[in-house]
Design a protein around this ligand. Structure first.
Ligand SMILES: Cc1ncc(COP(=O)(O)O)c(C=O)c1O
Length: 375
């Protein structure tokens, strides 16, 4: 068997044609055509009013925080189990991240832990749709509304996921997406900020173009700000992928189903959870082992790699990584976030690129089972 990578996209002639057209024609008067088409189609797909194409999801989170008014001295609540991109922009704006525990089933922000951590300084919460799953958005939005806290939905990993028949990204003050090459919809690097709030939309457009108003022809900067733009070649690739989004999401679900039929009946192994009334798009097929196996994620990753299979560790709790050890409350989070610390050491992402076949999934599962001492 050849080496099996962890993740990667599904590119067809359509994507090649759109990008070729963009690099040939999207200049001069047509410079923004693909960005405008991508943004319009994207906002319609998610079911929101406004969308802004950006160079990354990290920049979308940064702009979201600034546009909803988070700044120095504020606190922002974020789940302990996520990629650092969810929390790093909190520091960019001079605010402090507060790490909440996750729900043991969904692996996403626990509404209860979120509510317990609210203080007078809390200005925003960033629920994350981890690996394509979704948290209890009804409770999170209700708590946030009651306390006057902005919701920035981190949908980097969950394009197409749904909660009570509404698309992920349509619940918060903003929704933010990633199109990194490992994601379900790719533009190489790239991101999108969506919102129904016109004030947030206008402020984000202003801040992402060096503090000048859209359409400004005098190069007149009212504030020192940022340069966050997506190229038209990336937008063309994103548009082509978006026109195939149902096919892309179904492929992800198919890959998960293959894994589930191979591993789903093994006791003491938990796969991604699809909560009632939600649609999980399974960006990363993930297994969490019962600690009684006595095997941690790093050992299992090495065993898999020996057989040519690339895996990824479940995200480490943010409160445990060196980047946050100077943060006063990191230690409290380590004591408090029982579920995060129970799950993370025993979790592994399995290969789930768009090029996976049923045969490759069977091979990965065979190696996985033998690493655990089955079969
Ligand atoms: C949960 C989460 N948030 C944010 C990001 C940031 O996305 P980007 O790499 O496009 O900045 C990622 C990227 O992998 C992510 O997984």
């Amino acid at each position: 068997m050849e080496r099996i990578p962890i993740s990667g996209p599904w590119i067809t002639q359509k994507e090649i044609d759109y990008v070729t057209d963009a690099v040939t024609n999207a200049w001069y008067a047509n410079a923004n055509v693909y960005n405008e088409r991508f943004e319009k189609a994207f906002s319609e797909y998610i079911g929101v009013q406004f969308a802004i194409s950006l160079p990354s999801c990290t920049s979308a989170i940064h702009l979201s925080l600034l546009s909803v008014g988070v700044g120095a001295g504020d606190e922002v609540i974020v789940p302990d189990l996520t990629w650092i991109a969810s929390s790093a922009p909190i520091s960019y704006v001079g605010a402090t991240p507060v790490f909440a525990d996750v729900d043991e089933k969904t692996w996403c922000l626990s509404a209860q832990s979120f509510e317990q951590l609210i203080s007078l300084k809390t200005k925003a919460v960033i629920p994350v749709d981890l690996y394509g799953g979704m948290p209890d958005m009804d409770s999170i939005c209700e708590i946030a509304r009651r306390h006057g806290i902005a919701v920035i939905e981190d949908v980097a990993e969950a394009i197409g996921s749904e909660y009570r028949n509404r698309k992920a990204g349509s619940f918060g003050d903003t929704g933010v997406f990633s199109f990194h090459g490992s994601k379900t919809l790719v533009t190489g690097e790239g991101g999108m900020l969506v919102t129904n709030r016109e004030d947030v939309y206008r402020r984000s457009l202003f801040l992402r173009d060096h503090g000048r108003n859209p359409g400004d022809k005098m190069f007149w900067n009212a504030e020192v700000a940022y340069k966050y733009k997506m190229t038209s070649m990336q937008a063309a690739l994103g548009l082509a992928q978006l026109e195939r989004i149902n096919e892309l999401v179904e492929r992800k679900r198919q890959i998960f189903n293959w894994y589930q039929s191979e591993l789903g009946s093994i006791e003491r192994i938990t796969l991604n959870y699809e909560a009632p009334d939600t649609k999980n798009t399974y960006w990363m097929v993930t297994v969490v082992l019962d600690e009684k196996f006595g095997v941690k994620k790093d050992t299992l990753m090495s065993l898999m790699l020996e057989r040519g299979i690339e895996c990824r560790p479940f995200f480490h709790a943010l409160s445990s990584i060196p980047a946050y050890q100077k943060l006063e409350q990191a230690e409290q989070a380590q004591q408090r976030n029982k579920s995060a610390y129970k799950i993370s050491p025993y979790g592994l992402n399995l290969p789930c690129g768009m090029n996976m076949t049923e045969e490759k999934v069977a091979y990965v599962c065979e190696v996985f089972k033998s690493a655990l001492g089955f079969a």
